[in-house]
Design a protein around this ligand. Structure first.
Ligand SMILES: [Cu+2]
Length: 312
């Protein structure tokens, strides 16, 4: 078997140093340099293609580099703001690096043996106060705008209540039939449907219509959980004794996975959130079926023992 790229590279460099003459060594160095340039170009290309390449759709993907693909207007805004911040910090970091390099090269003891004794420069002092303030305002304005979009819930087309329990989710549809059902991880991997990822697939998905504003009410039954779906750009604590709310408007059909995001006990890692976004007609059909299946008959709410039985 041939050794891998990096190993081969170092092996060649080693050989050149030990046995080969100057010319041979120079060629190898040149080769190594070209290799690194190629690697840098490849990383550059990867970063350039971040928007789509390697991003998971509705779930994480292998070698994912960026966020999961956005599926709501709020997540679109989050991605935009993230990119804007990334450009801003790269520019600041590059500028500071440039200043450092200038200091290192031009003002070291050898290059500049008799340093200037100047201690004040009004112009530069005003500049290094005002420019950061302008940068911070430039960050704060879109940041608050985004926060407002997330917190100001538009008129909702339907409401879904997600109750975090140890360790599964219960979804209630108060204004579309008033049914309620539990959503549990499919623990037995042989029971996973082909399209269901391990540790994310659930028995009963939360189903919502596409292009409709969904208000999510969330609470915890016994401890704090958190309802989070990365592709929707939502993450909100589910706290016992109070109801938090958030919203999303999924713009693409598909299945979107999330996880409980507040450490809630031993099976915290095993209470995934699965949201299936379907057409309006498919949603209406699902509601009819769900009403028959899960209509609330006033019986006692599901408890952990029942839920565990259901998974066996
Ligand atoms: Cu949890």
């Amino acid at each position: 078997m041939r050794p891998g790229g990096a190993a081969r590279l170092f092996a060649m460099r080693g050989t050149a140093r030990r046995t080969d003459g100057f010319i041979e060594g120079a060629t190898t160095t040149m080769f190594v340099f070209k290799r690194w340039t190629a690697a840098a170009a490849m990383i550059g290309a990867l970063i350039a293609g971040l928007g789509s390449a390697g991003a998971g759709d509705g779930q994480p993907s292998n070698w994912q580099l960026n966020f999961q693909l956005s599926a709501t207007p709020v997540m679109d805004e989050i991605v935009k703001f993230h990119n804007y911040l990334l450009y801003t910090i790269v520019a600041i970091t590059a500028f500071v690096l440039l200043l450092l390099l200038i200091v290192i090269v031009r003002f070291n003891a050898r290059a500049n043996p008799t340093p200037s004794r100047r201690t004040h420069n009004t112009l530069i002092e005003v500049a290094w106060t005002v420019i950061p303030v302008i940068i911070l305002v430039g960050i704060a304005v879109p940041s608050f705008r985004l926060l407002f979009t997330q917190l100001n819930i538009p008129p909702a087309d339907l409401t879904v209540k997600a109750t975090g329990k140890q360790w599964f989710w219960t979804y209630t549809y108060p204004d579309s039939g008033n049914f309620e059902f539990d959503s549990l991880l499919v623990r037995d991997t042989t029971k996973l449907r082909p399209d269901q990822p391990r540790l994310l697939g659930v028995d009963n998905e939360m189903v919502v219509p596409v292009n409709k504003t969904v208000r999510v009410l969330t609470t915890g039954a016994e401890v704090i959980h958190a309802f989070a779906v990365p592709a929707f750009g939502i993450k909100i604590d589910s706290i016992p004794g109070r109801v938090n709310e958030t919203w999303f408007k999924a713009t693409r059909e598909g299945i979107y996975y999330g996880q409980c995001s507040e450490l809630c006990g031993k099976d915290h890692a095993f209470m995934p959130i699965a949201v299936r976004v379907v057409s309006e007609q498919a949603f209406a059909a699902w509601v009819e079926e769900a009403k028959r299946k899960w209509a609330r008959d006033g019986s006692a709410p599901t408890n952990v023992a029942q839920a565990e039985q259901a998974t066996r």
